[in-house]
Design a protein around this ligand. Structure first.
Ligand SMILES: NC(=O)C1=CN([C@@H]2O[C@H](COP(=O)(O)OP(=O)(O)OC[C@H]3O[C@@H](n4cnc5c(N)ncnc54)[C@H](OP(=O)(O)O)[C@@H]3O)[C@@H](O)[C@H]2O)C=CC1
Ligand SMILES: CC(C)=CCC[C@@H](C)[C@H]1CC[C@H]2C3=C(CC[C@]12C)[C@@]1(C)CCC(=O)C[C@@H]1CC3
Length: 337
């Protein structure tokens, strides 16, 4: 049997951009026998994405499942369907992510350009980006729910397909260089009070991956985090308009000589995801984030960087996630087997 793979966060709406779609295509280039299962928010998007993949890989095995990560009932339904369809899953790419209402502080950006930390600012967006979050239909902060908790619930619901298999199973979370400890707080882990919900959700992702390794490595489940670098996708096109990004492109190619995380294309951004696909998980460091990088001359490579995570905080956060999971399962008990 080829590798069975659940992939999320694939670009739809008929455009060929987004890390998810590039990732699917690159994985099929690595191994045409894999079974890709793509999770999209509705049937139309699933079909459109499937067609985009089949256009370049006509012989690929691609199935679809409907799942809205911002809606826990939808996650539970999808997990139930996947448990019926698959006996095991070798990889889950937890790649979906949102950054609603992004706001760039151009004054801070301008000041930053004149300081010694300009490269740090241009690669992490530290101090220059904020977002406005809101509550979703489940009463959770939307960014936390979509970027982290929906994924977490999915993993927990699919545990029987991921643990205790002959071969290890893998979780690969798409985090970000924008993940920052100072944006995250255990007492406000959904980030209801601040304006850096994206940064907080990505730091929460890093914590979750670390703690999942501690809990599940002995059952054959391994988790890793990747950063795709700065990629031109729907997400970045909501930060600045497309024409501005196009105007900035020559500057960004120049910056790339100094900032290797300016991967810029979804293909380059998926480098770390694909690299991890080929690694033996036992040899990976769970405290490392794998960054997709592109050199000034366009060569793609992966750079491991130690994460700024405290394992004690990770454990406490995990307990909070379990509490929230319990409340969710109580609420949706009719959707369980
Ligand atoms: N672009 C960048 O510079 C960077 C991106 N990242 C991360 O990379 C990942 C991919 O982003 P990217 O490809 O750039 O952006 P896109 O906006 O192109 O892709 C985001 C994907 O997430 C999916 N998604 C969003 N909300 C939901 C939901 N509620 N349920 C299911 N799927 C959902 C989207 O589906 P739909 O089409 O239905 O909206 C889309 O396929 C994200 O996690 C992002 O945070 C990290 C660092 C930098
Ligand atoms: C000259 C130039 C590149 C100008 C663009 C300024 C800003 C709009 C970007 C500088 C750093 C970028 C960045 C992101 C978005 C766009 C910037 C703020 C992200 C936050 C996008 C999503 C992520 O996950 C991390 C990125 C870090 C860098």
């Amino acid at each position: 049997m080829g590798k069975e793979l659940l992939q999320e966060g694939i670009l739809v709406r008929g455009q060929s951009c987004g890390v998810g779609l590039a990732l699917c295509r690159r994985l099929l280039e690595e191994d045409g026998r894999i079974h890709l299962c793509i999770a999209c928010r509705n049937e139309q998007k699933s079909e459109a994405t499937r067609d985009l993949i089949l256009a370049t890989h006509p012989a690929a095995q691609v199935s679809t499942v409907e799942m809205d990560l911002g809606n826990l009932a939808s996650v539970l339904r999808a997990a139930r369907e996947l448990r019926c369809r698959f006996q095991r899953l070798d990889f889950i790419y937890l790649n979906a992510g949102i950054m609603p209402n992004p706001h760039v502080n151009f004054k801070a950006l301008w000041h930053g350009l004149l300081t010694g930390r300009v490269l740090h600012m241009l690669t992490t967006a530290e101090g220059i980006m904020t977002q406005t979050d809101r509550l979703n239909g489940d009463g959770l902060q939307e960014v936390f729910a979509t970027n982290l908790f929906g994924h977490f619930m999915l993993v927990r619901q699919l545990q029987s397909l991921l643990c205790g298999n002959e071969k290890p199973s893998r979780l690969i979370w798409t985090s970000s260089s924008n993940a920052r400890e100072s944006a995250f707080s255990l007492s406000d882990y959904q980030h209801a009070k601040g304006q850096e919900s994206y940064s907080s959700s990505k730091y929460a992702t890093d914590l979750t991956s670390v703690v999942l390794n501690r809990k599940f490595n002995d059952q054959g489940l391994y988790s890793s985090v990747v950063c795709p670098g700065l990629v031109m996708s729907n997400m970045t096109y909501r930060i600045l308009p497309v024409f501005l990004w196009k105007l900035l492109m020559p500057i960004m190619w120049l910056i790339r000589f100094f900032a290797k995380t300016y991967t810029l294309t979804p293909y380059n951004g998926a480098e770390a995801h694909v690299w991890l696909f080929k690694q033996k998980p036992e040899y990976l460091d769970s405290l490392v984030k794998y960054h997709s990088c592109t050199s000034g001359l366009g060569r793609c490579y992966v750079e491991p960087r130690k994460m700024d995570v405290d394992e004690d905080t990770a454990e406490k956060f995990y307990q909070k996630l379990l509490e929230l999971e319990e409340q969710t399962l109580e609420k949706y008990h009719d959707l369980l087997d």
